[in-house]
Write a protein that binds this ligand. Structure first.
Ligand code: FES
Ligand code: FE2
Length: 426
């Protein structure tokens, strides 16, 4: 349970809010690389951390991320003309380059020097790992991009998608960190997957109250949760949480790795960006087809949009007959099931009224890490130190069945124990 003040601190991400300032220490994933318009194409809108922005690419292919409203009298630059190295506002013709410098003010007298004194608010932007990253903090403290395993991988090793979720980023992410729900929310009624480690497999059915251990990974924590197997072993899932909103859950043996990003759009809505990747080779056609169809790690959206097909305003297309015979929820798609339980709690869940149990330990750890991060930045007036430690982001989520009597106390015990069972490709 949180106080109302704590809930506000956790959930408010605008430029003046402590959590928003803390988040602006980090590179923010904003959209997939293929959602960035081509050179000289019209700009697209982007709402990020409560700021309305436009994204465009100039004639040279450089990406510009700029405040949507023109610094003259506020007209939207979304309606602007992307022409010859800059974006021109159609109201009075002011034109800006990707850095926000004013290039022309054709409605001012020829001898006016005003153009040199006006700048549009523009942010540093880079494309890496099939994602557009935006740095919304102070321009003199731009850190390196986080060194996720997928950064720098060849294009055919990567698949990224983005969809919108109708709730605050924190409660969307809580659904990812809370592994206990898998035994219920994602349960199949008509089948048990022969792979015991599958979400609809035996391990999740036979022990529905996992043991938890939270251990630091330097940039957040590892949420280790273990389910009893045959009385003398435990199936451990070692999930990763990395400040401020990155999560990794372990793939099944042979499956692609994934990183999910829970990015505030406004305080009441968030982006979910998911990158699936293989360190050791190209993705295969079968998995690509499934992801494009919104299966497994990705969500089905209306083509050309970020709006999910199964969503809040259509009751996620629930099928009550299937709820009796096929699945616990009657809702198709793991990600749609996750969205249903987090969105229906309200756009900002009232955490003064909740009742947390032992299964919520990772949720509590995440809230604490975020609120401590926000407090640290508020007190120091500086970016969060983890943002400058890019290498911490190369963490991986792993899983393994380990003997019950194996010593598992430190992060290294868990990681080396799991890797001994299931080697992880570099
Ligand atoms: S409002 Fe944009 S040029 Fe005037
Ligand atoms: Fe889930």
């Amino acid at each position: 349970m949180l106080s109302q003040e704590q809930n506000n601190l956790l959930t408010q991400c605008g430029p003046q809010a402590p959590m928003g300032r803390f988040m602006r220490s980090f590179w923010i994933p904003a959209m997939t690389a293929d959602q960035v318009p081509a050179a000289d194409e019209p700009p697209v809108r982007l709402t990020l951390l409560n700021e309305r922005l436009v994204v465009f690419r100039d004639t040279q292919g450089r990406v510009g991320v700029m405040e949507e409203n023109c610094p003259h009298r506020g007209a939207s630059l979304f309606f602007g003309r992307n022409e010859e190295g800059g974006l021109r506002c159609v109201y009075h013709g002011w034109k800006f380059d990707v850095d926000g410098n004013c290039m022309q003010m054709p409605a001012e007298p020829a001898n006016s020097r005003m153009c040199q004194n006006v700048k549009a608010r523009a942010y540093s932007a880079r494309i890496a790992g099939a994602v557009l990253w935006v740095y919304m903090g102070e321009a003199d403290t731009v850190p390196d991009l986080p060194a996720f395993g997928f950064m720098g991988q060849p294009e055919d090793h990567l698949y990224a998608s983005r969809w919108q979720q109708e709730c605050n980023y924190a409660q969307a992410m809580e659904g990812e960190l809370d592994s206990a729900h898998v035994s219920f929310l994602h349960r199949a009624l008509n089948t048990i997957d022969p792979d015991h480690q599958a979400l609809t497999g035996k391990y999740f059915q036979e022990d529905t109250a996992p043991l938890w251990k939270i251990l630091s990974n330097g940039a957040g924590f590892m949420a280790c949760n273990g389910r009893s197997v045959d009385g003398d072993k435990r199936y451990w899932r070692i999930n990763q949480f990395l400040l401020p909103f990155f999560t990794m859950i372990p793939p099944r043996p042979g499956d692609a790795q994934l990183v999910r990003m829970w990015v505030p759009m406004t305080d009441e809505r968030c982006w979910v960006i998911c990158v699936s990747w293989r360190p050791d080779g190209p993705l295969n056609e079968q998995e690509l087809k499934a992801w494009r169809n919104g299966e497994n790690s990705h969500r089905k959206v209306i083509p050309g949009s970020t709006l999910p097909v199964e969503r809040l305003d259509n009751d996620y297309l629930i099928d009550r007959l299937e709820q009796k015979t096929v699945s616990f929820t009657g809702i198709k798609g793991i990600r749609a099931q996750d969205a249903m339980v987090t969105e229906t709690a309200g756009s900002i869940v009232d955490r003064t009224r909740e009742h947390l149990g032992a299964s919520d330990i990772a949720v509590v750890a995440m809230r604490r890490a975020l609120m401590e991060g926000a407090a640290l930045c508020a007190n120091s007036g500086l970016p969060h130190p983890v943002a400058a430690q890019a290498w911490l982001y190369s963490a991986r989520a792993v899983q393994a069945v380990l003997p019950e009597d194996q010593k598992l106390e430190t992060a290294d015990d868990f990681l080396s124990g799991a890797r001994a069972v299931q080697p992880v490709a570099p």
